[in-house]
Design a protein around this ligand. Sequence first.
Ligand code: DGT
Ligand code: CA
Ligand code: CA
Length: 576
Amino acid sequence: MPKTNADLAAAFEQTADLLELQEANPFRVRAYRNAARLVGELKLDLVAQVEAGRPLPKLPGIGADLAGKIEEFAHSGHLALLDRLRRQIPSGVAEMLQLPGLGPKRVRALYEELHVTSLAQLARAARDGRIRALPGFGARTEASILDAIDAHSHRPQRLKLVAASQYAAALLDWLRKAPGVSEVAPAGSLRRARETVGDLDLLACAPDGAAVCRHLLAYPEVAEVRASGGKRATVLLQSGLQVDLRVVPTASFGAALLYFTGSKAHNIRLRTLAIERGLKLNEYGLFAGRRTVAAATEEEVYRALDLPWIAPELREDRGEIEAALKNRLPALIERADLAGDLHVHTDWSDGTASIAAMARAAKAHGLSYLAISDHSRRLTVANGLDPQRLARQCAEVEKANGKLDGIELLTGIEVDVLEDGSLDLPDKALAPLDVVIAAVHSKFGLSRAAQTRRILAALDHPKVRILAHPVGRLIDKREPYDVDLLAVIRKCKARDVALELNAHPERLDLTDLGCRMAKDEGAKVVINSDAHAEHEYDNLEFGIGQARRGWLEKGDLINTQPLRRVRAWLAGKESR
Ligand code: DGT
Ligand code: CA
Ligand code: CA
């Protein structure tokens, strides 16, 4: 069965988890994690590349060993190393790693001391009070483990947007080749750019629906057919992802696209508007009795309801209907509006590319300025910079600037916020920098009051201009830390600090609602890639999707502005 980058990424990620459980060399673990991240985001289909007999391109952090693993996976659909690790470690033990708050060290202790090998056994051990007796665990940890198991068991299985987009792109390519197909389109939560996607909803235009459905069933990744007929089919892919396909005639494509894009809440509001006008709206069109009022395009249907076209990212019934009725929809930001990126890493800390390479890649992605912002010393695993290395790097950035055309570099740092809200580097080291980004990378478990106090204190530092990934969540992996986000946003507004929308598909932090809050409070947002490799500027697209879901317009953002204005903003605070 052909596999995709997403499958390969999952295999690498699991390998990293299991190696970590076995206390393997941390560098080896990290290499697998980085490879998983890289492969998961890569536009190029590696498996297809290998199958076609083409050599793998040079990829950052992928040495001969990992390249061999990619080839092995492409040829066999397996990694012998992963298969062996799976035999050595019970699957329930690996599953425990999915629980927030349980790292490899703790899982190992639970496994070795209490012989716990499944979530059910873990729950029993917690209820019996056996966990608190282990060194490093306490009654509080025990209680939070029970909560985590409960949350885990109720967790809906949703895919991150980046993976769903990859599966969808491959499938849409396949469907384009079906007999008679004139158009295909993604719908559902994918088209609305939700950060996670429950299932794929795809639409195709063709006269013979049954033939298109049969073509879908022949897709090599299909593992199970749930339904198939003349107009629709539902299948499960090897990865477990469900796909709903509808085939419609061209004449009603718009109505179908509108209906299956959703959200359900948005659709219900539209249907009510239709009924108020004596009309009926469904997936086949907008009707007055038996007469079709509109059906071919979304625009027509909206117009017949006295509405302008509403962008899919807004269709959540969060005020977009009201805004549309008053003709006050936001003019949403677009990818082409992004002029620069103020947060990327290089091989000076945990990035994989040089300053110049990151700069050239930024330019190739249409950006005209870039802040180099590596980690600070406190993050030792990421080879964070101390004042001496930072000063040397600044000189290096200036030197690179002289040699580059069409892209301007700014000096910067992503500096750790310590537990008391002070910064990881002395003022003297920060003073010469263009951009200082404050970031929380430790002590995620502080109480809400302490966490908020800590972040507000960092925002009071006169050099801080950006708050990186404001709530610190990793989608499906780590909950946001407990913080009073409104207080943080208000502080940012007062200090003229920008809140970052980190475009990495695991973070997308600020969230859509966070963006909305920032906008309502008049605080500025900056969309940063947080790229650790050259291809990761592609992630900006996901940041744009999230920003659009948060109603952000060009004027709400810092890095839509030309460098001259950004420089004025950066300098502004110190003079206050
Ligand atoms: P997901 O898959 O959980 O990420 O979210 P969606 O929004 O893709 O939801 P899904 O796949 O259940 O349905 C796709 C779209 O089809 C949904 O956004 C709106 C439409 N739809 C589905 N069921 C209903 C329904 O019962 N009533 C209405 N009005 N629309 C529906
Ligand atoms: Ca869906
Ligand atoms: Ca669906």
